[in-house]
Design a protein around this ligand. Structure first.
Ligand SMILES: Cc1cc2nc3c(=O)[nH]c(=O)nc-3n(C[C@H](O)[C@H](O)[C@H](O)COP(=O)(O)OP(=O)(O)OC[C@H]3O[C@@H](n4cnc5c(N)ncnc54)[C@H](O)[C@@H]3O)c2cc1C
Length: 451
């Protein structure tokens, strides 16, 4: 490859205690947790809003806050607070398991929450490199309208989903399924208006996925076979004639490559318009539906998983293995979309009713670099454990713990790997997080004791 060498002095424009890279579900929880502990905190985000997939990705549905298949809530803290706040503000609905909301309302609510806790925001800014001295990360290089700049930080929490900062800092990572390295497909969400949703629900009955419709349309040559089932219809009573559709599927994309992201976006937008034609022709209640919006970005399910002090595995998750350094719970099924075609993957796995597992703090601590934490879907897990842990409440659980640990590690004068776990856990409980059985009992006073 041809290269160009350019000597460059990069201005240091800012110095903060905790820099949170990326403002998605993990990033907001990390930023709010650190700021609430008094750390000077800056959230740097490439788009113009907080929320990540929940807003810039157009996905107005978050789940699961509860155990699998029961209403016993196992997630508190910032992820559940977001759901309660967006509901209170009149933009959504929440129960113990999930929330559905207008993505525009969520953007506003998250900015209000940032303002209240004093977390500072820097939008329209891309994190392009890491500054490292020996094992220590000391800041990041960003690029925006102002040019290339350095921001120094005592701790960085990488919540980019892709582990961009950690990868640039030289952390080892894994990608995709064992053997092939293929990641889950990417999806461009789209919102349709002009929908008579009651009529649709009547037609749909228990066939949520509408598989027969897509087969009929494909047999008739009305669409290409890129997908064979609806992955999600997201509806909120505050916008009764609109639904957000999780349907488009683009495989074999490396979402850390701009060329692949471009290709995926162009293809997925075509898929969305093809799907609207099928809805109009085949689904009662959608005869007059129309495209309202596609979001800023394709939704990315999987890229880098940064190697940490511990790697959470499918075996840990399915065995519901307890951890002394628990920072919260996961409970979603192993949700893996087909890594090489339409529909779900053969690795999808549904657990027993009441399934929940503890998440260890060590999966947020990279093994190779100090003063850096990772949170969200780029933590240290295997491909199948990620299938469960990647959902937004758990990304928030990870973010809140990593943000709190970042602030505490500054206070304690130790690297994140040596943070006193008991103090971290006490701090998270003070922030309404749920870490163990006793916390679950407190959050669910009416729930029967577990057998
Ligand atoms: C189509 C789809 C459907 C899903 N369905 C559900 C569901 O029903 N329920 C559920 O709970 N979860 C669902 N998920 C999973 C969940 O949304 C994601 O796994 C989760 O949002 C990951 O959170 P995160 O904070 O790690 O990353 P993201 O949400 O991806 O947030 C990362 C943020 O970092 C920013 N960023 C990234 N790189 C940079 C950079 N270099 N510089 C600056 N900013 C950067 C991004 O712009 C983004 O705002 C779905 C995901 C997809 C893609």
């Amino acid at each position: 490859m041809q290269t160009i060498t350019q000597a460059e002095s990069i201005p240091v424009v800012r110095s903060v205690d905790v820099l949170v890279a990326g403002g998605g579900p993990a990033g907001v929880a990390a930023g709010f947790a650190a700021a609430r502990l008094g750390a000077e905190t800056l959230i740097v985000e490439q788009f113009n809003c907080l929320g990540g997939v929940a807003t810039a990705g157009g996905h107005g549905h978050i789940c699961l806050y509860s155990e699998y298949g029961t209403p016993v809530r196992v997630v508190g803290g910032v992820p559940f607070e977001m759901a309660q706040r967006v509901t209170k503000a009149g933009y959504g609905v929440v129960n113990n398991s999930s929330t559905d909301f207008e993505v525009e309302g969520m953007k506003l609510v998250l900015e209000q929450m940032a303002e209240e806790c004093g977390a500072k925001l820097l939008y329209h800014t891309f994190l392009s490199d890491a500054i490292r001295e020996g094992r220590n990360l000391t800041g990041v290089i960003v690029q925006n309208k102002d040019g290339r700049q350095a921001i120094l930080a005592k701790r960085v929490v990488d919540c980019t989903g892709d582990g961009d900062v950690a990868a640039r800092a030289g952390c080892e990572f894994d990608v995709g399924e064992d053997g092939t390295g293929h990641c889950q497909p990417v999806t461009l969400m789209f919102t349709i208006g002009g929908v008579d949703y009651d009529k649709v629900k009547k037609f749909r009955g228990n066939d949520y996925k509408l598989q027969a419709v897509w087969k009929k349309a494909q047999d008739a040559g009305d669409m290409r076979p890129f997908q064979n089932q609806i992955m999600g219809w997201w509806w909120t009573p505050t916008r009764p004639d609109q639904v957000g559709i999780n349907f488009t599927h683009v495989n074999f994309i490396d979402a850390t490559k701009a060329g692949d992201l471009t290709k995926a976006t162009v293809e997925a937008r075509k898929q969305a318009y093809e799907a609207i034609q099928v809805y109009r022709k085949y689904v009662p209640g959608m005869e007059n539906c129309y495209m309202v919006s596609t979001p800023n970005t394709v939704g990315i399910r999987e890229t880098r998983r940064i190697r940490g002090l511990y790697t959470l595995t499918k075996a840990d998750v399915l065995a519901e293995r307890p951890f002394a350094d628990s920072i919260g719970y996961g409970s979603f099924f192993i949700d893996i979309h087909n890594c090489s075609g339409p529909g779900m993957d053969r690795k999808e796995q549904r657990p027993r009713t009441g399934f929940r597992y503890q998440i260890p703090y060590r999966i947020t601590v990279p093994k190779d670099v100090d003063n850096l934490l990772v949170a969200g879907r780029c933590v240290s897990v295997d491909h199948e454990a990620l299938g469960s842990l990647r959902v937004m409440p758990q990304c928030g659980v990870l973010g809140q713990a990593a943000g709190a640990a970042a602030a505490l590690s500054i206070r304690q004068g130790v690297p994140p790997s040596q943070v006193d776990v008991a103090t971290l856990q006490r701090t998270l409980r003070d922030q309404d997080c749920i870490l163990d059985d006793a916390d679950i009992a407190r959050a669910n006073p009416k729930a029967p004791a577990r057998a």
